[in-house]
Ligand binder design. Sequence first.
Ligand code: HEM
Length: 98
Amino acid sequence: MQTIVPPATKRTAVSYPALMGQPVLAGDADTVIKIILIGPAKVLPADRPKYTGQMPPITGLSDFKIAALVTYIRATFGKGASAVDEDEVTKVKASLAQ
Ligand code: HEM
């Protein structure tokens, strides 16, 4: 019989992490903003778990929309972590530009 998804014991690699319960989401909000703006590879420690996929920077969203996105993923997957406002995103973006 052919299977579409190999059984867990046959899987050798995972492409990307689940967001639910990632400690980074419940931690420092600026770190989550940076993950969205420049991608996780430039933000997270080198000794993090390895995935076969790569996450691109999320471009083309206004600071307001990035604030809404970060607020949503922290509240939903980060144990109800605090909201982020547009000004915080603008501040982090400016710090990255230096
Ligand atoms: C709005 C959309 C997205 C959000 C909110 C998001 C959020 C995140 C966050 C918070 C992490 C860090 C998780 C951790 O602590 O390990 C992460 C990692 C990752 N994401 Fe995304 N992501 C998005 C889109 C994408 C897309 C489009 C891709 C693939 C095309 C992707 C692939 C990955 C991969 C491979 C990692 C692990 C990267 C590494 O550790 O170097 N993500 N994502």
